[in-house]
Ligand binder design. Structure first.
Ligand SMILES: [Zn+2]
Length: 456
């Protein structure tokens, strides 16, 4: 097939009307690995895969699973992962274990001089694995699930089987070709975008995590087939890249855009930048597919973040992108106050489908996390917005200027298309209330795992 754009026959990129009415439900495909919440980065580590299970639990208890297709991701193989990452790095990820890593770091102490142990220690350092990116039990399987979900989401979109494909275990935007970074090991986003590029001429990547989407930007810095657009806190903040003047290079010049922001971004100022910039991007770039990284560390009250967005303000980015009727992949990312991450990604699942869930949370396995109000939505904090109207206006003007330099919708000759990635889906809609079990052939899945209790 030539293109995936909207299997229902509607045109691809269509700019939203002024009123931004989109009027119809979308076919949503949602990827969820039931063991994802069991992975554990270690005591005190802010990254908790458990938040994905919490979000999923809310999705189920709101009954959203009845309004979309749910698939268990097919684990990405080492070969799939090597489409972006180096062989040596992937070999390392596939073979390292907490025991070998601990041995290597212990033996790297001066008292030891075993050649093989110091070689392992050098590897840990070379691949930036250690503190921020620890070696934990099942690390590679975790990466395979995260990447498998994003590749599977891309395959759904390529086949025209979904308008929107969601993978909350994805969005790990800091991972580099040859090294881990910022809690990310395998860049599922780059892998998903590479899959989309088999069928789509131009892919737009939008990143609303509070951190700069450096790994994705770097991967596509010199091409016009992917435009990256990152909104992030800039200035004395990880990873330190994403200056407004970093715009891509060579063929990719002006196809990597950055919106550097200060503490305290609120719904109104975020929307005032996001909407006009996106509208212009859609108009001039005309992507055939869009990938939105929904890092939830840009929410108010995040453990690591310093923005002040409500769940509604965060989700407005998805709502707006959705209104363009371009195939959309929606991914997770950062987010370190678990209860708010779960709220946010549950609400965004509903927005993707096109329904408005009740603010009162349904009773669920993790209900005690959501007190004292037990509501879906969160209130912004009372904090200063350190982004002045003048600064925001200057950023907007600068971005508009870059976008005016672009030739409209660069046409890229299609190369011979690489073979499709094998991603057999094992649909299990109705996960919890399985009235008609589908192709799920593995062991019985219980969506009420009893393994992890909330933090005290
Ligand atoms: Zn982040």
């Amino acid at each position: 097939m030539a293109s995936s754009s909207a299997a229902d026959g509607s045109e691809g990129a269509s700019v939203a009307s002024a009123a931004c009415r989109d009027g119809r439900r979308r076919r949503v495909s949602y990827f969820y690995e039931p063991t994802i919440g069991d992975y554990y980065y270690g005591q005190g580590h802010p990254m908790k895969p458990h938040r994905i299970r919490m979000a999923h639990n809310l999705v189920i208890h709101y009954g959203l699973h009845r309004l979309m297709e749910i698939s268990r991701p097919f684990p990405a193989s080492a070969t799939d992962i090597c489409r972006f990452h180096s062989d040596e790095y992937v070999d390392f990820l596939a073979s390292v274990s907490p025991a070998t890593a601990a041995l290597a770091s212990a033996q790297a102490q001066p008292a030891y001089d075993s050649a093989s142990a110091s070689a392992s220690a050098r590897q840990l350092k070379r691949f930036n694995v250690g503190e921020d990116c620890p070696v934990f039990e099942g690390l590679f399987e975790f990466c395979q699930s995260s990447a498998g979900g994003s590749i599977g989401a891309a395959v759904k979109i390529n086949r025209g089987d979904a308008d929107i494909a969601i993978n909350w275990a994805g969005g790990l935007h800091h991972a580099k070709k040859c090294e881990a970074s910022g809690f990310c090991y395998v860049n599922d986003i780059v892998l998903g975008v590479l899959e989309l590029l088999k069928y789509h001429r131009r892919v737009l990547y939008v990143d609303i995590d509070i951190h700069h989407g450096d790994g994705v930007e770097e991967a596509f810095f010199t091409t016009d087939r992917v435009m990256t657009l990152s909104f992030h806190k800039y200035g004395d903040f990880f990873p330190g890249t994403g200056h407004i003047k970093d715009v891509g290079f060579g063929q990719g010049k002006y196809y990597a855009l950055n919106v550097p922001l200060n503490d305290g971004m609120d719904d109104e100022s975020f929307r005032g930048l996001f909407r006009p910039i996106i509208q212009k991007v859609m108009e001039v770039y005309q992507p055939d597919a869009v990938v939105l990284q929904c890092g939830a560390d840009s929410l108010a009250g995040d453990r690591l973040g310093c923005f002040n967005l409500s769940v509604k303000g965060h989700a407005d980015c998805l709502r707006y992108l959705r209104s363009f009727n371009v195939p959309l992949m929606v991914l997770g990312g950062g987010g370190y106050t678990m209860r708010n991450v779960a709220r946010c990604w549950c609400y965004e699942t509903a927005v993707a489908i096109g329904v408005e869930p009740d603010n009162k949370l349904p009773y669920n396995e993790y209900y005690e996390y959501f007190g004292p109000d037990y509501n879906l939505h969160i209130q912004p904090r009372s904090m200063d917005n350190k982004n002045s109207a003048k600064e925001l206006e200057n950023i907007r003007i600068m971005l508009m200027d870059y976008l005016s330099k672009l030739e409209h919708a660069p046409s890229v000759p299609f190369q011979a298309r690489p073979p499709d990635t094998e991603a057999p889906e094992e649909d299990f809609e109705e996960m919890e209330h399985r009235r008609q079990p589908k192709l799920w052939t593995g062991e019985c899945y219980d969506s009420d795992p009893d393994d992890q209790k909330p933090e005290p």
